[in-house]
Design a protein around this ligand. Structure first.
Ligand code: ADP
Ligand code: MG
Length: 255
């Protein structure tokens, strides 16, 4: 299965990105399998955020290729990358603070490919709205926010806001979500809860997560595959167990 390209949602080959004299990414090659939680870890300055920025079109790579869903998306602008299902956490508009949780999910849903005025005349608009509400509740259940559906977003806690962001990107049709330090700013118990939610989401839906963390204590428990970066390079890759046993990883983390 591991070598079956159909099972891979994202493939990057030898991505290099320089900022002036700084080589932020030095031939980074990695793959993300479908329905996986793939973890990208490494100390501050390793190049993790830059990698996600290059994959999502924020920066163009100097060299290398990005293949998403079997399409070469190298150099595509962010809106186009987003439109085919590669989303990153801050690329999704921040929740509308005064809207309810449910409305936040509803507005994130892609507009139906039909002229809304015509749809209204045919009476199908109401049916579609009902379908969307059902779908939105299903998504809210998946992220554990169903009991908060009528709360205004500004009343949510930091961790719940992150899950609302995840819900909104699922609603928008994302197939791969890049989450840059999703547990930052949440307490350790809630951090585990966030990862548990991600695990149940990818089991339920055909969605993959590329999670960036520099804290590895919580994240490693929930990952299927781990890449370790240091100074722009992938220095180790493997299962969480393999990573824990890798002396290079210990060196990077413990100095
Ligand atoms: N927009 C930028 N302009 C110049 N240098 C940058 C920029 N973004 C990142 N860098 C540099 O690239 C390197 C990798 O940074 P970054 O990707 O943010 O690392 P990480 O997310 O792993 O902490 C660092 O040396 C950083 O200073
Ligand atoms: Mg970063």
């Amino acid at each position: 299965m591991a070598n079956n390209r159909d099972n891979l949602i994202l493939i990057t080959k030898n991505i290099t990105k320089r900022f002036g004299g700084v080589i932020a990414l030095d031939k980074v090659s990695l793959v993300v399998s479908r329905r996986s939680i793939t973890l990208l870890i490494g100390p501050n300055g390793a190049g993790k955020t830059t990698f996600v920025n290059v994959c999502t079109g924020v920066f163009k790579p100097d060299e290398g290729k990005i293949i998403f869903e079997a399409r070469d998306i190298t150099g595509w602008p962010p809106y186009k990358v987003y439109s085919i299902g590669l989303a990153r956490s801050f690329q999704i508009p921040q929740p509308f603070r005064s809207l309810t949780v449910l409305d936040n999910v509803l507005v994130a849903m892609k507009s139906p490919g039909e002229d809304p005025i015509r749809a209204l005349f045919k009476g199908s608009w109401i049916r579609r709205e009902e379908e969307n509400i059902k779908k939105a509740f299903k998504i809210l259940e998946l992220v554990g926010l169903e009991n908060y559906w009528d709360w205004e977003a500004y009343k949510l806690g930091a961790g719940q806001l992150k899950m609302l962001e995840v819900a909104r990107s699922i609603a928008s049709g994302a197939k791969l979500l890049a989450l840059d330090e999703p547990i930052g700013g949440t307490d350790p118990r809630y951090s585990s809860y966030i990862f548990e939610q991600l695990q149940s989401i990818r089991k339920e839906l055909d969605i993959s997560f590329l999670v960036i963390e520099h804290r590895i204590d919580v994240a490693l428990k929930y990952a299927d595959m781990v890449y370790v970066m240091d100074r722009g390079r992938v220095i180790a890759e493997g299962s969480p167990n393999e990573i824990l046993k890798n002396p290079k990883v210990a060196e990077v983390y413990l100095g």
